[in-house]
Design a protein around this ligand. Structure first.
Ligand code: CP
Length: 308
């Protein structure tokens, strides 16, 4: 966490800080069904979702409710953002209404920082452009830690559109902090060699079949059609980089398969792989996402003087 309790990314967050959040999420996980204790005063949390979302928006909204606070959800469509109102002005208006914290999903890399600087409120990044998606990474780390125990020296294979992926970027920071090795695989156009410069813990591969056997966990990423406009998605992507049934059968039975969603079925993952409860932890990731966001919001609101 930064000094003001905003969570703008995982870059720079050290292992004890990450582990404190993951431990707090573990505290909340068994309590999800009951909700949290009734707070002495309800905080109002603005959820600025200016870009489409299913999992992250509903997960944050559920987390706010479970903590006993009140969410106010703003979508891009149907708000004055569609009339050209700037991110900064939109955020300043929500702050003027007395909100205690803001959660921001936007297409603009660095948007959450702009909101934090404009309002002075704690801001949680819910995915900004190609930059970071820190709570997605925290829920991935929570799921991996549950399945693998310590991530020290574990080899986590991330496959797909790494170049355009904020999930990959946050996970590179988060997994590095946790002591894991990261193997990035995909077509050279989406996984350039220079990504290995991000961290000594990162290795790049362009032949999935040559490396898949070495993974302790496999994270498949979505082919981001909306961020690769003008570049045709190769028809043979599944053949070269999809986690087909045949490839999944090469993994040891205990190797978990993750995907942040939404999944392009039959492209990144075959149906039988995604729907295999022994291998796929995709819905476990979503379940843990609520607890992780409760932990992050609790921290943000405590720093803001909110009661939680
Ligand atoms: N994983 C993720 O960010 O999904 P959404 O786009 O549905 O929020």
């Amino acid at each position: 966490m930064t000094h003001d309790a905003s969570l703008l990314g995982l870059r720079g967050l050290d292992r004890p800080s990450i582990e404190a959040l993951l431990d707090r999420a573990d505290h909340w996980l068994p309590r999800l069904e009951q909700g949290g204790p009734p707070p002495a005063s309800r905080a109002v949390v603005g959820l600025m979702f200016l870009e489409d979302s299913t999992r992250t928006r509903c997960s944050f909204e559920t987390a706010v409710h479970r903590l006993g606070h009140a969410p106010v959800v703003l979508s891009g469509r149907g708000s004055s953002a569609s009339k050209g109102e700037s991110l900064r002005d939109t955020a300043a208006n929500l702050a003027a209404m007395g909100m205690q914290a803001l959660v921001v999903r936007c297409g603009q890399s660095g948007g959450p920082r702009i909101v934090r600087d404009a309002t002075g409120l704690p801001v949680v990044n819910a995915g900004d452009g190609r930059h970071e998606h820190p709570t997605q990474s925290l829920l991935d780390l929570s799921t991996l830690r549950d399945r693998l125990g310590s991530l020290e020296d574990r080899r986590i294979l991330i496959v797909g559109d790494i170049l355009n992926s904020r999930v990959a970027r946050s996970n590179i920071h988060g997994l590095t902090a946790m002591g894991a090795h990261i193997l990035l695989a995909g077509p050279a156009s989406l996984v350039p060699w220079r990504l290995a410069d991000l961290s000594p813990a990162v290795t790049v591969a362009h032949d999935l079949d040559a490396v898949i056997d070495t993974a302790d966990a496999v994270m498949m990423l979505r082919i981001q059609r909306e961020r690769s406009a003008g570049r045709a998605v190769a028809d043979d992507y599944r053949h070269a980089f999809g986690l087909t049934r045949a490839r999944a059968d090469r993994l040891a039975p205990e190797v978990p398969i993750l995907h942040p969603g939404p999944v392009n079925r039959g492209v990144e993952l075959d149906d039988e792989v995604l729907d295999d409860p022994a291998r796929s932890v995709v819905l476990e990731q979503v379940r843990r996402g609520v607890a992780v966001r409760m932990a992050v919001l609790e921290h943000a609101l405590a720093a803001a003087g909110g009661d939680n």
